[in-house]
Design a protein around this ligand. Structure first.
Ligand code: NAD
Ligand code: DAU
Length: 336
């Protein structure tokens, strides 16, 4: 297989490249990434195989993207590249519209011209909006789209574009809508790395609102296995799969208490701060379809892998320390 990976220097993309080079050592990978503040090429420094290459390029640059497709001749595209941080999308939505919508369009056009065998689009459960806190309902492949932030609206638009290229032009596509990932190499502006690195620095855990918001946490390697199961199964072309990790609801307050427990600290480290505007109250994902069709299910237990993730941040301070100052400046500006 010749895989063109977009956004492979980010959190999930770099975990995916580690996973793929380890499990499919004969496949060729070209990682294209513009290295925004969220991209970090050192995430991939330990990959030594000459089957893996990196090129710095913006997915919105049509000419460069056409050249990449012509020169590398990928058979599969796995599209991770995006602006991904909800809080930043509330602050400055324009770059989200550009990268997540126009960038995806650019890649779809190039994929069509170059007879790609599969365009796999990485999307999010946030496109479905929010569930009520007390409902047992979960998002699934039939749930209608109702995005609430510029980030989720731009991701919803990209999903629609991807589907339209299958319907209108016959492009072989697949989409996964995944819940909140956690694990190594996640930027310290996101919730879990932020609270772990705050505790390492002996600071408080800032919880938005009353901390009752529920997210569906998935260890990043489980997400990588889900993408692998979709890519390697030829019958899945044109399909969408919802991917999630939890069996029971876990609130942000619950997660904060689990991390405090790992650090042997008590709850007085929790500080309730100003809420995020339009903050979705609950995400929960029904992953029955990917389980029944492809046999995938989450393998990693949340508490145990939170411990391992915490340990990773403790051992890799040199990775996150340079990113932390700027992340905290962003939050300070917004009183969060
Ligand atoms: P991330 O922000 O860590 O990484 C995004 C990567 O894309 C970075 O390396 C960045 O440099 C690159 N990028 C951004 N704009 C680009 C451009 N114009 N051209 C080329 N590269 C560009 O994001 P992540 O958390 O790894 O998310 C990856 C994908 O998974 C995204 O599409 C996101 O919407 C989706 N997703 C994320 C989660 C999650 O919990 N993190 C959950 C579900 C879906
Ligand atoms: O659901 C999948 C999505 O998960 C992805 O599509 C996004 O790219 C990813 O960023 C993530 O979005 P969230 O908004 O859910 O993630 P975030 O890490 O920003 O916040 C998780 C929850 O924690 C959310 O309810 C807001 C809350 N939070 C966040 C921060 C940074 C806090 O309470 N305090 C904080 O300091």
């Amino acid at each position: 297989m010749k895989l063109l990976i977009t956004g492979g220097a980010g959190f999930i993309g770099s975990n995916f490249i580690h996973y793929w080079t380890h499990n499919h050592p004969n496949d060729e990978i070209l990682n294209i990434d513009s290295l925004t503040y969220a991209g970090n090429i050192t995430n991939l420094a330990s990959i030594k195989t000459n089957k893996y290459k990196f090129t710095q390029v913006d997915i919105c640059d049509t000419e460069e993207i056409n050249k990449i497709f012509k020169d590398f001749k990928p058979d599969n595209v796995v599209h991770f590249a995006a602006e991904t941080h909800v809080d930043r999308s509330l602050d400055k939505p324009d770059v989200f519209i550009q990268t997540n919508i126009f960038g995806t369009y650019n890649l779809l056009e190039a994929s069509l011209k170059n007879n790609i065998k599969r365009f796999h689009h990485i999307s999010t459960d946030e496109v479905f909006g929010s569930l009520d806190l007390d409902t047992a309902d979960k998002f699934d492949e039939q749930t209608s789209y109702k995005p609430n932030s510029p980030y989720s609206a731009s991701k919803a638009s990209s999903d629609h574009l991807v589907r339209s290229y299958a319907e209108s032009y016959g492009l072989p596509i697949s989409i996964t809508n995944c819940s909140n990932n956690f694990g190594p190499y996640q930027h310290p502006e996101k919730f879990l790395p932020r609270i772990i690195t705050n505790l390492i620095d002996n600071k408080n855990i800032p919880l938005y609102g009353d901390g009752q918001n529920v997210r569906d946490w998935l260890y990043v390697e489980d997400h990588c296995r889900a993408i692998e199961s979709v890519l390697l199964n030829k019958s899945t072309i044109g399909q969408t799969y919802c991917v999630g990790g939890n069996y029971e609801d876990i609130s942000n307050l619950d997660i904060a208490k689990m991390v405090l427990d790992i650090f042997n600290l008590d709850d007085n480290k929790i500080e309730f701060v100003k809420d995020r505007p339009g903050h979705d109250i609950k995400y929960a994902v029904n992953w029955t379809k990917i389980n029944q069709d492809l046999g995938w299910k989450p393998k990693y237990d949340t508490y145990q892998w939170l411990e391992k993730t915490t340990q990773w941040y403790i051992e890799n301070e040199s990775w996150w320390r340079p990113l932390k100052t700027e992340a905290e400046q962003f939050y300070a500006k917004n009183n969060q």
